[in-house]
Design a protein around this ligand. Structure first.
Ligand code: CP
Length: 339
């Protein structure tokens, strides 16, 4: 039995390097199932409650697919209006009820710490799919998993690496969670590039400083990218602003395209973005002209999300050692891996 069985996954703060290592090992073992080379029915009969009270494409669908790929069923609730939360029901009552209907619950909610509050009423494991501007632990895990793989291809490791984080670092929950995971490593250099008003929160900066890592804080993109091994771009999180006009003040301030990349980055800098990227003309923080660049890892990140979420389900439901026992063949055409 691992530390994960029956446990909630609410914050990266509950993890240490051993726990991360365990998750990544199980995630790697999920590859043949995610690629449809093999099937496993290890969660046949189990039900995932997939509760998304805020828009999502990747996280919602990959949680659902991850559960399906392990043989389980998915019951989905999307949007506040279609839930009795809109009638004033508490998160606690909602959790008490839905945890009878499900074996595990994945949840996204616009309020910070709401998933934790929900988990207090749940009788089954709850996995945080993003709570307001606070945390996105499964995204941070898939980001770190991607960083390890991308740097690993070039014979490099996470310890000693340099990451430049760009954009809305105040509201971007992915950078909050990822920074904390990186803090567990050795000798990381952070370059944090954002408008002053959208700077990384002090509590994350304190974690970075307390762990003894180097930080440069700036509001200039060009000229601050040349040392980055990883360039992690983020969107202006318009849904966290009081109005679109407020968000518009910051859209398009930092843009990466082929020309800027070639001029200012190392030739092996890996480009990451949690997605969605805002491709509207006024924002366009990551230009389509980099779509075919081999160092663009954004879709590999999304692919890795499936592996990480499969691993978390297998671990929280205690079936990580039984995957092979419940294997069965794939009878249909399946695409080949990109890489
Ligand atoms: N990265 C991420 O959380 O994407 P979605 O909002 O589409 O789930």
């Amino acid at each position: 039995m691992t530390q994960f069985e029956g446990s909630h996954i609410l914050s990266v703060n509950q993890l240490d390097l051993d726990a991360i290592h365990t998750i990544f090992n199980v995630a790697n073992r999920m590859t043949p199932y995610a690629l449809r080379e093999k099937r496993t029915k290890v969660l046949e009969g189990a039900i995932l409650g997939n509760l998304f009270f805020e828009p999502s494409t990747r996280t919602r669908v990959s949680f659902g697919c991850a559960f399906n790929l392990l043989g389980g069923h998915v019951r989905e609730t999307t949007g506040m209006a279609s839930s009795s939360l809109s009638k004033g029901e508490s998160l606690y009552d909602t959790a008490r009820v839905l945890s009878t209907y499900s074996d595990v619950i994945a949840m996204r909610h616009p309020e910070a710490y709401s998933v934790k509050e929900f988990a207090e009423g749940s009788r089954v494991p709850v996995i945080n799919g993003g709570d307001g501007a606070n945390e996105h632990p499964t995204q941070a895990l898939l980001d770190l998993f991607t960083i390890q793989k991308e740097l690993g291809f070039a014979g490099r490791g996470v310890d000693g690496m340099h990451i430049a984080m760009v954009g809305d670092l105040k509201h971007g929950r992915t950078v909050h969670s990822l920074s904390r995971l990186l803090c567990m490593h050795k000798n990381i250099s952070f370059t944090l590039i954002s408008p002053g008003e959208l700077a990384m929160p002090d509590y994350v900066l304190d974690d970075i400083a307390n762990a003894g890592h180097r930080v440069t804080i700036t509001d200039q993109l060009e000229g601050n990218l040349h040392q980055a091994d990883i360039l992690y771009l983020t969107r202006i999180q318009e849904e966290r602003f009081p109005s679109q006009d407020e968000a518009n003040k910051y859209r398009g301030k930092f843009r990466l395209n082929q020309s800027i990349y070639t001029q200012h980055c190392k030739s092996n800098t890996v480009i990451m973005h949690p997605l969605p990227r805002d491709s509207r003309a006024q924002a366009n923080e990551l230009d389509n002209d980099l779509n075919s660049h081999p160092n663009l890892a954004i879709f590999r990140q999304a692919d890795n999300g499936l592996l990480i979420r499969m691993a978390l389900f297998a671990l929280t439901l205690g079936v990580d050692t039984q995957l092979e026992k419940y294997e069965c063949p794939v009878n249909w055409y399946s695409r080949k891996a990109d890489r």
